[in-house]
Each structure stands twice: as C-alpha cells, then as structure tokens.
Design a binder for this molecule. Structure first.
Ligand code: HEM
Length: 382
C-alpha cells in the first residue's frame, strides 16, 4: 500500500497563483484557536446532550418513562440548550476568524489524507452553521423551508457532533500544544491575543446574559435578545398557538362539549361534571422547546383520579387528545408524570383562557410545553 502522503500532487498545485490571499495578523495563533475551541466544544457538547434530552420527550422508551422530578428539569435543560445554541453563534464566528487564514495556505490540498481532512472540515463548518442558523430561525418561529424542522435538526446534530469529534481527534496535538502555550503580548502594540479572547468572551457573555431572561424571570428586564418575554401573554403566560390558529374556538365554547375517558370502562363528562370534580392546585412551569419558560399556578382535577375511575392505574399508558387536529393534538404519559398530572381548569386562579386551553389543559412536571396538550376532549387509558 503506498503512503498517501507520498503521492505527488498535480503540477497545477505546485505554483501559488500571484493573487492568492495572504493573511498576516499576529492575533491569530494556535494558542488562541485552542482556547476558543475549548469553550466552543463545551458549548456544542451541552447543546447536543440537552438536545437529545429534549428529543427524548417526544418518543421515550416505554421502560424508561420521563421522570416527574425535578419538576423544573426540562425548564433547565431546554433553557440551557437554547442559550448555549445562541452563544455558539458568536463563538463559532470567533473560531472561524481564528483559523480563516489556514484555509488559504498553499497548496490547498497536499495529499489524499489531507483532502479528506479538508472535506470533513467542510462538513463540520457547513453542518454547524446550518444547525445554528436554522435553530435560531426556529426560536423566532420563522420556517422558510419545506422540510420538517425537528427531524432535520435531530439528524444534523449527529453530523455536527460526529464531524466535531473527528476534528478534535485530528487536531489533538495542535490543541495540546496550543493550550500549553502562553498568550504572549504582541510586541507591535495594539490589541493583544489575550485582548481578543477577553473581547470575544465579553461579546458571548453579553449575548448569553441578554437571552437568559427568557428562563430566569429576574433577568427579564435585560432580555433584549430573547425572542419571547415569558410574562407576555394572557395571565402572564405566553401563548404559542392561539385557539383561533388551532381552529377550536367554536368547539371549545360549545354547550355540547364532553370529556370522554376510555379504559376498561368509559366515562362521558359535561363541563359542569368536570368542574365539580375534586381539584388540587399545583405550581409548575410551562417550558417551551424554544427555550422560554415561566412558572404558574394551575388548578383542576387530577388526571390519575379519572384514570382509576375507568380501571387504569399509575402504570397505565394514558394518551390525552385535543379538540384540534395536527402535530400536537395529543400526548402520552405514564408513571410519576401521570401521578402528578392535572387537568387544569384554572390558571393563576382564573378560569383558564381559551388561548391557554379552555376548557381543559394538561399540565405535568418536567415536560415540554408542546406536550402540555390544550383543549382536551378525550382520554385513552391502556
Ligand atoms: C463547530 C465547531 C468547529 C468548527 C466549525 C471548526 C473549524 C475549524 C477550521 C475551519 C479549522 C482550520 C482547518 C485547517 O487548517 O484545515 C480549524 C482548526 C483548528 N481547530 Fe477547529 N473548529 C471547531 C471546533 C473546534 C474545537 C471544539 C476545538 C477544540 C479545542 C478546535 C480546535 C482547532 C485547532 C487546534 C485547530 C488548528 C489551529 C492551528 O493549527 O492553528 N476546533 N477548526
């Protein structure tokens, strides 16, 4: 087997074109790149793991149901996912600035192995840029593409993390050397390498601090970059999908409304029947996949009480169905989430408004907001 590094490259690549770009900023160095890369790698890692946890909410394995504790679990992980994702945008730009010049070294391709490595770098840059930009568009609820966001975002995250791990493995010697090298001040004066890192770090910190208010209420006044102010909405809770958009206004207000519960036996309840059931109050957050979250008071009958009335138990798999049709018209729960779930008739001590799910909305701990199904009309117990 010939050593691919020994294969002579074409004559065309032996002479550097006269106008080939040349970069000579002394601010760029392996020491700077490795330090930026370290933070970027941690941010991408956190984003990947929290993204997987969020994905698990949609399709948990039946033998490992989503736990109910801590009740703020999804609030924390999805808040982290969106904040680290947003912080990755300036971090990635800074990282690319620090290695930009290396893409113009001559010759651009030195061997088969080198061209493969370049190819994997192209995949990493394209996939991570795509992932961050489409993720940002998603939290702005702007979908200028024909494909399903969730599926593409999920599979692309594996491409990003796979190509990132490969990149780290290839660059490991340079990373080690870079991290071991001190950031010596530049003798020519002006901005130093340390200054670049401090300025970059401050920029990333500002981006994170002005976004985190969508999760931490105390920081809401400075949440200038947060696409959603979590207190903006009826009764201080935001609405992602209105009753009008879901086309349920008439059905939800109809005097014919019934809640049916199907298990070993069957129940059919009018609104008055539901309102007459024993109710509890619980304090739980609505935690949106788009990163914002807010805690609220919810009151209503316990879902498990109705489940047991039709012969089910805590270990039943219960699906709740909405008056609306569409992607989020139903969700399922079991185990400790089912035990603590409430069919909310009241939000913050007021009859729950139409846009929050009147006449009845599911609320359970440690759960994605899209799975807190609104406008409930049917419950299936298996
Ligand atoms: C999405 C994330 C990343 C992207 C898009 C990216 C992109 C790049 C690019 C385009 C290069 C130049 C490659 C070449 O010369 O052919 C490079 C080099 C490098 N990257 Fe990354 N990178 C990322 C993450 C990381 C991470 C997490 C580390 C870990 C510390 C890292 C450390 C390095 C190092 C040490 C070099 C070589 C710099 C030198 O030799 O001066 N990168 N990166």
């Amino acid at each position: 087997m010939p050593d691919t590094d020994q294969v002579p490259f074409p004559a065309l690549l032996q002479t550097k074109p006269p106008r080939w770009p040349h970069f000579d900023s002394a601010l760029r160095s392996t020491a700077v790149t490795a330090r930026i890369g370290r933070v970027l790698g941690i941010a991408f890692g956190v984003c990947f793991v929290t993204g997987l946890l969020s994905h698990y909410q949609y399709a948990p394995w039946h033998w490992l149901p989503i736990p109910a504790a801590p009740y703020w679990g999804y609030r924390l992980t999805q808040g982290l996912h969106v904040i680290t994702g947003i912080a990755c945008i300036p971090l990635l730009l800074l990282k690319l600035w620090s290695v930009f010049h290396r893409l113009f070294v001559w010759p651009p391709v030195r061997s088969v192995a080198h061209s493969l490595e370049r190819g994997s770098i192209a995949v990493l840059v394209a996939a991570s840029g795509f992932q961050l930009i489409t993720g940002l568009f998603n939290i702005l609820q702007f979908y200028p593409w024909p494909w399903g966001f969730i599926r593409v975002h999920y599979w692309m995250s594996w491409v990003v993390i796979g190509s990132l791990l490969l990149h780290i493995a290839v660059q490991l010697p340079a990373i080690r050397e870079g991290l071991a090298t001190k950031l010596v001040p530049d003798s020519r004066g002006g901005l130093s390498r340390r200054g670049v890192l401090i300025a970059g770090g401050a920029g990333v910190a500002v981006v994170a601090a002005t976004t985190v208010g969508q999760v931490v209420p105390a920081l809401q006044p400075i949440a200038l970059l947060a696409p959603r102010q979590p207190r903006n909405g009826p009764l201080g809770v935001p609405v992602n999908r209105t009753a009008q958009a879901a086309n349920v206004v008439q059905k939800a207000r109809s005097s014919q409304y019934r809640l049916t519960v199907n298990g070993a036996s069957m129940l059919s309840l009018s609104l008055a029947d539901v309102e007459a059931l024993p109710a509890i109050t619980t304090i739980l957050p609505i935690s949106c996949v788009e990163g914002w979250s807010i805690q609220a008071h919810w009151r209503g009958p316990k879902l498990l009480d109705l489940v047991t009335k039709v012969g089910g138990s805590r270990s039943s798999l219960v699906s709740v169905h909405s008056l609306e049709n569409g992607a989020y018209s139903q969700s399922s729960l079991t185990g400790s989430q089912l035990e603590q779930a409430v069919l909310a008739t009241h939000l913050n001590d007021v009859r729950i408004p139409l846009d929050h799910g009147y006449p009845l909305r599911l609320i359970a701990p440690d759960r994605a907001g899209v799975l807190q199904t609104k406008w409930l009309t049917r419950i299936e117990v298996r």
